[in-house]
Design a binder for this molecule. Sequence first.
Ligand SMILES: Nc1ncnc2c1ncn2[C@@H]1O[C@H](COP(=O)(O)OP(=O)(O)OP(=O)(O)O)[C@@H](O)[C@H]1O
Ligand SMILES: [Mg+2]
Length: 366
Amino acid sequence: MTQPEMKLAIRGLTKHYGSAMALDHVDLDLADGEFLTMLGPSGSGKSTLLWSVAGLNDSDAGKIWIDGREATSMPASARDIGMVFQNYALFPHMTVAENLSFPLEMRKVPALERALAIQRALEMVKLDHVGDRFCNQLSGGQQQRIALARAFVAGPSIVLMDEPLGALDKKLRDHLQLEIKRLHEQLNMTVLYVTHDQEEAMVMSDRICLMNQGRIEQIGTPEELYFRPKSLFAADFLGESNLIAGKVKSENGKWMTIDLPGIGVVKTLPSALLRSGPDIVHFTRPESIEILTDEQRKDNAFRGLVDEVVVSGAITKLFVRFGEAAKLQLSMLTSRSPRVRKGDAVRVGWDVDVGRLLAGRALEAA
Ligand SMILES: Nc1ncnc2c1ncn2[C@@H]1O[C@H](COP(=O)(O)OP(=O)(O)OP(=O)(O)O)[C@@H](O)[C@H]1O
Ligand SMILES: [Mg+2]
């Protein structure tokens, strides 16, 4: 089997540490120029996967191809990969230029070409004035930009980044997210990125690969993962959601009706999940539910009481209660003249295409 058209192809990659399974038969393809982010909770196998691609650990089973060449047992130095870690990993006793020169020397690039590549890389990260400084004379953000420059200076096939912004404060992280995105576009780099921050993954990626206990839970565009999660784990890991346990009431091929205790009977699109058992959870995103006027028509509409209004900057969250226990969360852009206040009776609703049915038990009362 070869995967020549893919920048990176992984089949059946498996890795144990003792009895713990860090990677469990992972298959993954990365297209040329793609930005793919491994997202998932701590211990889900993100770093293990990255290290396997880099050739820094031995897997137990499975194969890896880079640029169509099988790389499974290639030494790290032969893999044509650039890497950035959370903690810079620059050589502190070398100048910035010497740090950038290192991967070029490893590839036996002649001196004149090296100097040009270093200058270009420094310009790309907007630090062309610091080449002669030692790395410990730079700020954290500058050091991380140099680490980025070092990862791509030799024009590697794939750049691997393991939580490269994890040690930086939020403002700098936001700024560097956009910077990495710009570099990715300008240099047409292929990037395999790791983060456990779902917002970062959404902002940066062409596709997100959500990991759960060494397995791929779901892979797709940020929009697919966010609006069409395939499991409770995916729905719960990304963003906020209304996850309400219900029972199937009827099905007519065109839609299904689900009884959500306390709220009422909800219409949804039919789901193959029906076959998977009686435990069904209805999923909506808070921003998919609207406050309706009395005349407004939606596939699903219910009356409730506003329990709480929370203004968190640009977004306002509303919690609407139905009877004793049932609650839905709504979110909307914060307005200077809010339409609803705590205690108001409201009508809320959504169309069938924004709700989804998921198999399993709701993790907690939503
Ligand atoms: N060197 C090691 N020795 C033993 N177990 C390890 C080692 N490295 C990782 N593991 C285990 O393998 C599993 C996957 O770890 P990995 O570092 O890939 O997770 P991760 O998704 O990168 O987590 P984090 O977000 O915390 O960085 C975990 O259960 C972890 O404890
Ligand atoms: Mg990790």
